[in-house]
Design a protein around this ligand. Structure first.
Ligand code: GTP
Ligand code: MG
Length: 207
């Protein structure tokens, strides 16, 4: 299940511009700044396959990466971030996506989509927008795997620990998903969960 080769294929502005291909793909979805691009780099053990930033809103297009010439990882722009509030946005206006049009166009029509990796920041309490997103995908029968990110961020004092935030999130999820989707704890800083996630994706591809 190791990544031997990764190749950037294309940036698309709309679902209909995505590569026409039959090879399976996984989409990285989650709030801006949750660590989608960083996780792709961690999986590939490379620093700059996908571009990352401290500022939210870095990824502005649908980016397809072909792995081992056999399957795709798709890096997506984050949700929950208003580009109008972003003073130093460097992407041109036209390149910014209409997120809701995108969700419809991509998630509902991408036949090769094996699963959505829904990234959840384990260093903060459960966020309504993440629960809403999971529920939307569930209603539309899109398979998801929860990937908890930033599990290396241990809060001393007032904040809760990542494992406590994850437990709270799962508690909130159970109201809508009686059977909790698969979930994995990760850190792009330490490599936690990387092998587990790669193995999980290879199992999903072979179903
Ligand atoms: P958008 O492209 O804006 O949607 O964001 P993104 O989800 O791709 O986030 P990105 O990978 O650019 O990471 C955002 C910030 O979080 C960067 O400063 C990363 O270094 C940091 N970060 C990402 N993953 C981790 C992690 O596992 N641990 C820690 N401590 N920081 C992380
Ligand atoms: Mg990104």
């Amino acid at each position: 299940s190791k990544i031997k080769e990764v190749e950037f294929v294309k940036s698309s502005i709309r679902a209909k511009d995505c590569p026409r291909d039959t090879r399976p793909e996984f989409a990285m979805l989650g709030r801006s700044n949750v660590g989608k691009s960083s996780l792709i780099n961690a999986l590939c053990r490379k620093k700059e396959v996908a571009l990352t930033s401290k500022k939210p809103g870095k990824t502005q297009l649908i980016n397809h990466f072909l792995v081992n010439k056999g399957w795709y990882i798709v890096d997506l722009p984050g949700y929950g971030h208003d580009p109008a509030l972003q003073r130093f946005a460097n992407a041109p206006e036209a390149a910014r996506m209409d997120w809701s049009a995108f969700t419809k166009g991509y998630f509902l029509n991408r036949e090769t989509l094996v699963a959505v990796l829904l990234l959840i920041d384990a260093s903060v309490p459960p966020q309504k927008i993440d629960l809403d997103c999971a529920n939307w995908l569930g209603r539309n029968n899109t398979p998801i795997t929860f990937v908890f990110t930033k599990c290396d961020k241990m809060k001393g004092g007032k904040g809760k620990r990542p494992d406590e935030n994850i437990r709270d999130f799962q508690e909130a999820m159970r109201q809508n998903y009686p059977e909790h989707p698969p979930w994995i704890m990760t850190s792009s800083s330490t490599g936690l969960g990387r092998d587990e996630l790669l193995l999980h994706m290879s199992q999903l591809r072979n179903y």
